[in-house]
Design a protein around this ligand. Structure first.
Ligand code: GAR
Length: 208
């Protein structure tokens, strides 16, 4: 079977990237991470990539201030590596429409809540868990979805819930949600790599 060529986009610590690297290295799916792109120069995710002999590339507003230029650079890299799937793993940048169009239903994102709750503009990273706790929600979780032109609005691939405890803090909740993310993201990528995800409108079906 031919290997799926993946580009992972990060902005921070990259624990989701690490989970994906580990599952791939354990031989769980016919896939290979060809490159890691970061919107932050000092993202630890870049170091994780280099530790596993994966090219880590910084492309942010700092070195490519113009959106057009940034998009061209990203598209060039994706083309060079003949990327089949883009994985947004804690990526805090916004992808330009040109990339979304070119890779329709071939970009997946992990979000630390049960979409459509606590998602969209302003809800990213710890802000999601702050929102959950401030609202007093009893259940949160993680979602993996395809990326469309909206913010966190694309078809949902996988979700799993996490209970919110009375004494939870942003840190304790983030930790339990991350554990679930590390399970869901590799699972979604594996399903994609096996060609088992079928998108029907807003719904994603798992084929046997
Ligand atoms: C993860 O919780 C991920 O779901 C979230 O950022 C964190 C990155 O952690 N992503 C978003 O909020 C995107 N809207 P990581 O760098 O350790 O994988």
């Amino acid at each position: 079977m031919q290997h799926l060529k993946i580009a992972v986009f990060v902005s921070g610590g990259g624990t989701n990237l690490q989970a994906l690297i580990d599952h791939i290295e354990e031989g769980e799916m016919p896939a290979r991470i060809e490159c890691v792109l970061s919107s932050k120069e000092d993202a630890y995710g870049l170091e994780r990539a280099r530790n596993h002999n994966i090219e880590g590339i910084f492309i942010g507003k700092k070195n490519y201030p113009e959106c057009n230029e940034r998009t061209c650079k990203i598209l060039g890299i994706l083309e060079n590596y003949k990327i089949d799937l883009i994985v947004l793993a804690g990526y805090m940048g916004i992808l330009d429409k040109a990339i979304i169009e070119e890779y329709r239903h071939r970009i997946i994102n992990i979000h630390p809540s049960l979409i459509p709750s606590f998602c969209g503009k302003g809800f990213y990273g710890e802000k999601v868990h702050e929102g959950v706790l401030a609202y007093g929600a009893k259940i949160t979780g993680a979602t993996v979805h395809f990326v469309d032109e909206g913010t966190d609005t694309g078809p949902i691939i996988l979700q799993k819930s996490v209970s919110v405890e009375d004494d939870d803090t942003v840190e304790s909740l983030a930790k339990r949600v991350l554990k679930v993310e590390h399970e869901l993201l590799p699972k979604a990528v594996k399903l994609f790599s096996e060609g088992r995800l079928k998108v029907e409108g807003r719904c994603v079906k798992e084929e046997l």
